[in-house]
Ligand binder design. Structure first.
Ligand code: F0G
Length: 468
């Protein structure tokens, strides 16, 4: 059969010009930004692959929906539309809107966690764990070992190791586990999915012990696309049906609407339990806003309601994941060290193997992200030791097994030509990798340090040294 390519199921109606810079400009800019891509100004960036969070292009329907914003303080029409959509698409009973995902994580952590509690999950996420720790809890990772191995081809590296979870329940006791955090897909493992079979087993085990499960549904539809592709029983099911089944194994979710839901801002907490919902409605007024807007404008809730319906269309998801795979395959062909299989929301470069001459203490992923920016103006994000922060007990740096640079693809924003340019830059850096220098902190913030930390090269004053 001849090859039949896919193409985006949309055409472009409005364009935003990109700002081009020279290498000399970028060397200066990255030094001013303390070698932290979070501290770059967006106008100095050419292709922005920092994150897929809040960076999606909204559809014309979503923009039209923005004009239907009912900006009443209480009881906005858009809240009820969003509530109905979440009930129908995700299947949870109560909706509490929040300004973004971490707002929902804050509410859930504060409501459910007591000091000394243990919260297991399939790998940590930065904001999720930070809120669990601030509430006095301790996060314990029970993901399968394959998730920590960038080269493992396991199709569901987001799976939970049921043995690890059982052992943990036995050792700390179910009473000190307020809930299990289920991530789908697992961001820090490289956008890797959890299988439906595994989610069902986790639910069986947790229910047996009376432990609740909360889904981090931020990229759950992307996870469902992988289930459809890789789990034979789901090959003919709709994404909507797969999503409903996945959510049915959980008691609620926290959501950053800035990813799957195709909006620039927004999130929610959704739960089935009436008392918990009552507690969350009480608390949301303190931290976010009234329970019918939670820090969002009416128009934001409308755009999210429309985005949720667009997110479960198969053609959309096919093109979304297809574009990430396109970039991933270009890099695989060039034998660039990267996490396998290719993830849902980005391609994750394996900085530890890319830059073996830089010790972990000199943050190879941070250095690689800075060097990529200097080479081409492509902005990526460190996902390694800087993101992992320090152990709250010992104060020592955490060194997770994965030391990654995430090339995160915003939804419906860039073309395949942008992916080509990105891949060419990564290949060029790989050919000259010995010239990239390690980094050390010059400023280290206390919370979520990766956002605002500053660095300097350990030798010389350039991140990419001249050929000796
Ligand atoms: N959970 C996951 C899995 C996330 O990826 C994020 C955000 C959040 C929760 C928090 O949501 O940003 O709306 O408060 N991830 C962004 C990223 C920041 O770039 O991966 P938020």
């Amino acid at each position: 059969m001849t090859k039949r390519s896919w193409a985006e199921p949309f055409k472009i109606k409005m364009v935003e010009p990109l700002h081009m810079t020279t290498r000399a400009d970028r060397e200066k800019t990255i030094a001013e930004a303390g070698y932290n891509t979070f501290l770059l100004k967006s106008r100095d960036v050419y292709i922005d692959l920092l994150t897929d969070s809040g960076t999606s292009a909204m559809s014309d329907r979503q923009w039209a929906g923005m004009f239907l914003g009912d900006e009443a303080y209480a009881g906005s029409e858009n809240f009820y539309r969003l509530e109905e959509t979440v009930r129908e698409v995700y299947g949870y009973k109560h909706l509490i809107p929040t300004h973004q995902g971490r707002g929902a994580e804050h509410l859930l952590s504060k409501l459910c966690i007591k000091p000394g509690d243990t919260i297991p999950g399939n790998m940590y996420f930065t904001t999720t764990r930070a809120h669990q720790e601030l509430a006095g809890g301790r996060f314990v990772d029970v993901i399968i070992d394959e998730a920590h191995d960038p080269q493992s081809e396991h199709p569901f590296k987001g799976n939970v190791d049921l043995g690890k979870l059982s052992t943990l329940i036995e050792s700390v006791g179910a009473k000190s586990i307020p809930y299990f955090t289920m991530h789908a897909t697992v961001n820090m493992a490289g956008g890797q999915p959890i299988s439906m079979a595994n989610a069902r087993q986790v639910a069986g085990l947790c229910r047996k012990h009376g432990i609740k499960i909360f889904l981090d549904a931020t990229r759950a539809v992307e996870n469902c696309y992988f289930i459809r592709q890789r789990e034979p029983a789901y090959a003919d099911k709709s994404l909507a049906d797969i999503l409903r089944e996945l959510c049915s194994y959980t008691d609620g979710c926290t959501m950053s609407g800035k990813k799957d839901c195709l909006v620039n801002i927004g999130g929610f907490l959704a739960v089935n339990d009436d008392d918990l919902a009552d507690g969350a409605r009480n608390m949301v007024v303190l931290y976010e806003g009234l329970h019918t807007y939670g820090g969002l404008a009416g128009r934001d809730m409308e755009a999210m309601a429309i985005g949720i319906r667009e997110s479960i269309e198969l053609d959309h998801m096919h093109a979304r994941i297809g574009q990430v795979e396109y970039l991933g395959h270009l890099l695989q062909k060039a034998e660039i060290p990267a996490v396998r299989p290719i993830g849902g929301h980005g391609v994750f470069l394996d900085a530890a193997r890319f830059l073996p001459h830089i010790p972990r203490e000199e943050f190879p992923a941070q250095a690689l992200a800075a060097a990529l920016y200097v080479d081409s103006g492509v902005r990526a994000m460190e996902r390694g030791a800087v993101s992992a922060g320090r152990d709250t007990q010992t104060g020592k740096n955490r060194f997770p097994k994965l030391e990654l640079v995430r090339l995160t693809i915003p939804r419906r924003v860039y073309t395949q030509a942008h992916m080509d340019v990105t891949a060419e830059s990564v290949c060029e850096l790989y050919a000259n990798r010995h010239r990239i220098a390690g980094l050390r902190f010059t400023h280290e913030p206390r919370h979520l340090r990766f956002f605002q930390a500053r660095f300097e090269p350990v030798q010389g004053d350039r991140i990419i040294r001249d050929e000796r």
